[in-house]
Design a protein around this ligand. Structure first.
Ligand code: ADP
Ligand code: MN
Ligand code: MN
Ligand code: MN
Length: 370
C-alpha cells in the first residue's frame, strides 16, 4: 500500500473506534430502476431485534429511474436485515422493498408478487440454491488481471485454478466470503470459474422468498467489498465475446417431496411442467441471455428445452448422485448471471407448485418496461 493510503487508513481507524453512544446505523439497500443496487444509511436509537422495529423510509425515485420528478417519493419497506460486516457492532444492513406513493409495488419490486406464491405453497417447502457467477473488471473497464491490450492463454487452467497467472483477486473473493458469513448469509461455497477473473459463489439452500433476499444481499456485499479494492463487478451473461465462457446463475430446486425417498417421480413431473413453459421462463431468465445460451461453453440452446442426468449441455441437469439415490433436487442451467432471483424463483414455484389467482410472474416482468 502506498504511504499516503496507509496514513489515511490510520486516520480513519481513529474515528471508527469512537463510541456510537448506543446509537445504531442501519444501511438501507434496495434495487433501483436498472436492476442495480443503491443504499443509504440512517441512525436508529437502539439495537434492532425484529424486522417490525425498523421504520419505513423513502428516497428520491427520480434520481434512480424509479419515479417521475413530479411524484418522486418512493417508499422503502424493510424486508430483511443482517449484521453489517463493514460497520460491525450492532449496526445492520437492511434489504428493503420499494413501493410507489399509491401503495403499489415499484416496477422493479418483484419480491412482492413472488412472496405471495411462496406463501400460498408454503407446505411444499420449496428450497433453492443459486450459483452466482460474475466477472471482475479494473477501473479502466479491462478484465481484471488480464494482460494490457491482449488476452491470457486459452481457457483450461483457470477453473478452480491455483497459482499465479491461473487465478486473480483471491484476496477480494476471500474478503467477500467472510463478509457474507459475518452477515449470516447462507453462502455455501466459492470457486474460480472457467474464464480467468470470473468467479462463482453459491447461496443456499434457502426456503422460498429468503433465496432472493440472500442473493441480493450477497451481491450488495460483493459490490461493497470490490469497491474497496477498486474493482468493478459485472453480472453480464457474456462479458467477453469469443471463446470465453459466459456467466450464469444456475438455479437448484427441490420441494419436500423431491427430497424424500422416491422423490425422483416429483423431479420428473417438475421437468415435464418446465418443458411446457420454456419460453415463459426464458423471458425471465436475464437480459442478453441469448449471447450466452448458444449450445456451446457448457450451455444448452436458448430455443429448445432439454434435460438429462449429469449433462452440462442440457437446460435441466439432474446431478448423478440424485439419479443414483432416486431423490434430491435438480438444476436449471438456463438463468443468466444478471437475473432478478425473485422472478426466477417465483416462476419456478408458479410452474412446479401451481399458479395462484393474485400473482402472475410473467406479467411481473412486463411491468419493468411500463
Ligand atoms: P455445480 O456442480 O452445478 O457447480 P454447486 O456446488 O456450485 O453445483 O452448487 C450447488 C447448489 O445446490 C448449492 O448452492 C447448494 O446449496 C444447492 N443445493 C444442494 N442441495 C439442494 C436441494 N436439496 N435443493 C435446492 N438446492 C440445493
Ligand atoms: Mn457451481
Ligand atoms: Mn459455475
Ligand atoms: Mn451448476
Amino acid at each position: 500500500m502506498a504511504d499516503i493510503e496507509m496514513e489515511k487508513t490510520h486516520i480513519l481507524q481513529k474515528y471508527l473506534d469512537l463510541d456510537q453512544r448506543g446509537k445504531v446505523i442501519a444501511e438501507y439497500v434496495w434495487i433501483d430502476g436498472t436492476g442495480n443496487l443503491r443504499s443509504k444509511g440512517r441512525t436508529l436509537n437502539k439495537k434492532v431485534t425484529s424486522i417490525d422495529q425498523l421504520p419505513e423510509w423513502n428516497f428520491d425515485g427520480s434520481s434512480t429511474n424509479q419515479a417521475p420528478g413530479n411524484d418522486s417519493d418512493v417508499y422503502l419497506k424493510p424486508a430483511a436485515f443482517y449484521p453489517d460486516p463493514f460497520r460491525r457492532g450492532d449496526n445492520i444492513v437492511v434489504l428493503a422493498e420499494c413501493f410507489n406513493n399509491d401503495g403499489t409495488p415499484n416496477k422493479f419490486n418483484h419480491r412482492h408478487e413472488a412472496a405471495k406464491l411462496f406463501q400460498a405453497h408454503e407446505s411444499e417447502e420449496i428450497w433453492f440454491g443459486l450459483e452466482q457467477e460474475y466477472t471482475l473488471f479494473d477501473q479502466y473497464d479491462q478484465v481484471y488481471g488480464w494482460p494490457k491490450g491482449g488476452f491470457p492463454a486459452p481457457q483450461g487452467p483457470y477453473y478452480c485454478g491455483v497459482g499465479a497467472g491461473r487465478v486473480h483477486a483471491r484476496d477480494l473473493i476471500e474478503a467477500h466470503y467472510r463478509a457474507c458469513l459475518y452477515a449470516g448469509l447462507e453462502i455455501s461455497g466459492i470457486n474460480a470459474e472457467v474464464m480467468p477473473s470470473q468467479w462463482e459463489f453459491q447461496v443456499g439452500p434457502c426456503t422460498g422468498i429468503k433465496m432472493g433476499d440472500e442473493l441480493w444481499m450477497a451481491r450488495y456485499l460483493l459490490h461493497r467489498v470490490a469497491e474497496e479494492f477498486g474493482v468493478k463487478i459485472s453480472f453480464h451473461p457474456k462479458p467477453l465475446k469469443g471463446d470465453w465462457n459466459g456467466a450464469g446463475c444456475h438455479t437448484n430446486v427441490s420441494t419436500k417431496n423431491m427430497r424424500a425417498p422416491g422423490g425422483m417421480k416429483y423431479i420428473d413431473e417438475a421437468i415435464d411442467k418446465l418443458a411446457k413453459r420454456h419460453s415463459e421462463h426464458i423471458k425471465l431468465y436475464g437480459t442478453d441471455n441469448e449471447m450466452r445460451l448458444t449450445g456451446r461453453h457448457e450451455t444448452a440452446s436458448m430455443t429448445s428445452f432439454s434435460s438429462g442426468v449429469a449433462n452440462r449441455g442440457a437446460s435441466i441437469r439432474i446431478p448423478r448422485s440424485v439419479a443414483k439415490e432416486g431423490y434430491g433436487y435438480f438444476e436449471d442451467r438456463r438463468p443468466a448471471s444478471n437475473i432478478d432471483p425473485y422472478l426466477v424463483t417465483g416462476i419456478m414455484c408458479e410452474t412446479i407448485c401451481g399458479a395462484i389467482e393474485n400473482a402472475d410472474m410473467s406479467k411481473e416482468f412486463d411491468r419493468e418496461s411500463q
